[in-house]
Design a protein around this ligand. Structure first.
Ligand code: B12
Length: 232
């Protein structure tokens, strides 16, 4: 039953359908439940929240990415899917954040998508999972210039910084942010993790980040390690 629901979520992400009023890309699907309604149904049925998030929404979005790469989808298709996933994540978030881990706050994490980059689905997913695991998360949003990130790290007295970039062209802003942390004399007080499709372990080492996470699960593991061991 839950597998069936997950496939329906994926299918509707691919169709870019937020709710029952949306038509979808192929046939006219108006009237059938969209991503938001399916997610609500999953919650009512007691389907695991992380399963909905990772196997449904995130996986669906990755398939959209593949279709875009093959030239089968165009930007408006990506955008429709992204909006549907974003809205459904808002429905899911309170359910994760009220989970077991949420009672203790492990550490404060500042999360940002770097300057000139508007991609936020992956970052939002990381924020949701971190909150669910009991971290206190300050989400700075997208297109955040390095100086603002540094300011917020100081104001919030955060222990961990998570940077996201989805474009080759915005990866250098990750390096710039780390340089600014050094200039401001707070690099040794914070741990930096980076992520996003074009980033890698190697790139993380190159720019002096403490860790690279390939997905939201990795982000949680890294943040936990950073908190307990205080290191890489
Ligand atoms: C959706 C999408 C969009 C949406 C974004 C909507 C939104 N609100 O985010 C829209 C339509 C706006 C968009 C716009 C553009 N996009 Co776009 N987009 C995508 C797409 C299809 C999916 C990205 C996504 O959401 N993936 C799903 C999430 C769940 O995965 P994720 O982001 O990778 O995140 C996971 C991990 O990476 C990791 N993670 C992420 N961040 C972090 C941070 C930390 C700290 C950690 C530990 C882990 C971590 O955990 C996440 C969860 O598991 C990708 C294709 C792809 N294959 O990635 C292209 C893609 C990223 N886009 C691309 C391009 C070129 C653009 C545009 C320039 C297109 C244009 N010509 O206008 C613009 C740029 C806008 C801008 N200035 O940012 C290219 C980038 C190429 C490159 N290598 O530079 C891609 C790869 C598509 C392609 N093959 O050409 N895009």
């Amino acid at each position: 039953m839950s597998e069936d629901l997950i496939s329906q979520i994926i299918e509707n992400v691919l169709q870019g359908r937020r709710n029952k009023n949306d038509e979808g890309l192929d046939d006219d699907l108006t009237g059938q439940p969209g991503v938001v309604e399916l997610v609500e149904e999953g919650l009512q049925q007691g389907v695991d929240v992380e399963k909905i998030l990772v196997d449904g929404l995130s996986h669906g979005m990755n398939l959209v990415g593949e279709k875009y790469e093959k030239g089968e989808y165009f930007i408006p298709d990506m955008l429709a899917a992204a909006e549907a996933v974003g809205e459904a994540m808002e429905v899911l978030e309170p359910h994760l954040a009220s989970g077991e881990g949420a009672r203790e706050s492990k550490a404060k994490v500042v999360m940002a998508t770097v300057e000139k980059d508007q991609h936020d689905i992956g970052k939002n997913l990381v924020c949701i999972m971190l909150r669910g695991a009991g971290f206190s998360v300050v989400d700075m949003g997208v297109n955040v210039p390095a100086p603002r990130i540094i300011e917020t790290m100081k104001e919030e007295n955060a222990q961990i910084l998570g940077l996201s970039a989805l474009l080759d062209t915005t990866m250098p802003f990750m390096a710039q942010t780390i340089e600014e942390l050094e200039k401001e004399g707070i690099r040794d007080k914070v741990k930096v993790m980076i992520g996003g499709a074009p980033t890698s372990e190697e790139f993380a080492r190159e720019i002096g980040a403490d860790a690279h996470g390939k997905d939201a699960f990795a982000a949680v593991k890294i943040a936990e390690k950073m908190t307990t061991e205080g290191g890489r």
